[in-house]
Design a protein around this ligand. Sequence first.
Ligand SMILES: O=C(O)c1cc(C(=O)O)c2c(n1)C(=O)C(=O)c1cc(C(=O)O)[nH]c1-2
Length: 250
Amino acid sequence: MTEPAQSRADFEARLRAIGAERYHDRHPFHVRLHGGHCTPDEVRAWVINRWQYQSRIPMKDAAFLSRVTDPDLRRIWRKRIEDHDGGRDEGGGLRRWLALARAVGLNPDYVASSVGVMPATRFAVDAYLRFVRDMPLLDAVAASLTELFAPKIHAQRIEGLLAHYDFADDSSLSYFRTRLTEAPEDVAFGLDYVLTHADTREKQDAAAAALIFKTDVLWAQLDALWHGYVDGHIPPGAWRPGEGMALWTH
Ligand SMILES: O=C(O)c1cc(C(=O)O)c2c(n1)C(=O)C(=O)c1cc(C(=O)O)[nH]c1-2
């Protein structure tokens, strides 16, 4: 027998509890990064691998849009692609991420090529893209709700990086500052969508499972980073310190 649906408030509390327990702000790599304990090469490895996630986000949002029949939903959702891609002249989040790459001494063209990304990162990011392409739209929106917890980690990151690393300044960290205003708008819509459309216990369970899946996508990327660059087990083909550096730093 299926259980009755949870109330809106209880279901929201359930989703938030998933973040409190499983979001990647609790991962030891982020504690190390924000606490100033990463070596410059560990920071570079993070920037290179995280590019894979950033660069696929607009592709997963395009996959989502390609399945939406409601023009109102498409109109709201397409902002996400615009935030990351921006206009031809000013660019968007992706270009801001490459400014961070340059600030940590990497050649942005090397980072943008994704050549040095670890296999585990590719698999995790690809799993997210496929999930959004293949699963019910409600689950796909629910998976994006990790962004509920992102403003906190972005604020911690700005503070931690500014306090501990020479490369950190307003321009190199502009990606995170911009997300502080972009993400809350997206997530307010996404949360309302999920709370409204998950109107049976079965759909609520599926949405909660989607959010857990997404926290795993994020966590697994940092596990791989730790294994590769803190413990020193760099997989074949992945970036090795010294590769992909800018010819000059500023
Ligand atoms: O720095 C982070 O910890 C972090 C996490 C997440 C997230 O929770 O998925 C996103 C972002 N940043 C981010 O910048 C971003 O644009 C973004 C989009 C999405 C998504 O699932 O659509 N998540 C995230």
